[in-house]
Design a protein around this ligand. Structure first.
Ligand SMILES: [Zn+2]
Ligand SMILES: [Zn+2]
Length: 159
């Protein structure tokens, strides 16, 4: 990590590495079905960086257009899910919390996509809950894709 970097991370195999000159912020759980499928688990946790402060210092993720208005990046060598980005919000990039070298430093602030919350999952952390449809960011970004049909699976209400 360069001297000025406030955060760093990467994938399991190390082919993709990133750094940011700004600390991560606004971490949140997402329980939506698309995040479950994207990370292959019960929920995803993403933290945000300003894109201007963020750069890849080794490799680059392969990018999957998961909807007409969002992209998800992952390591093509080891499969680690790494990034989420709204096409209409290029100034912010989200990374999977577990890909950070210090995930403990950025505790999640809320639960999103709670319509997909698995019935056996118990997390009594007192954090606010929000459905995908209640997320104002999702509402704004959904319009960005417009009538462009996503190349990925057609999904209902997801990103
Ligand atoms: Zn990798
Ligand atoms: Zn989600």
């Amino acid at each position: 990590m360069a001297a000025q970097a406030k955060a760093s991370g990467g994938c399991l195999c190390g082919a993709v590495r990133y750094e940011s000159s700004v600390a991560p912020s606004d971490a949140s759980y997402c329980h939506c079905r698309m995040c479950q499928q994207s990370v292959g688990n019960a929920f995803a946790i993403y933290a945000d960086f300003p894109t201007a402060a963020f750069r890849f210092v080794a490799g680059a993720p392969k990018v999957y257009r998961s909807s007409s208005f969002a992209e998800r990046g992952f390591c093509a060598d080891c499969g680690t899910p790494l990034t989420f980005q709204y096409l209409g919000r290029p100034e912010r990039i989200s990374v999977t919390l577990g890909s950070l070298d210090d995930p403990a430093a950025c505790p999640p602030q809320r639960h999103e996509g709670v319509e997909g919350w698995l019935p056996w999952l118990s997390m009594d952390d007192g954090l606010p809950h929000e459905t995908t449809e209640q997320d104002p960011e999702f509402q704004r970004m959904r319009g960005f894709g417009g009538a462009v049909r996503p190349p990925g699976p057609v999904t209902k209400g997801g990103k």
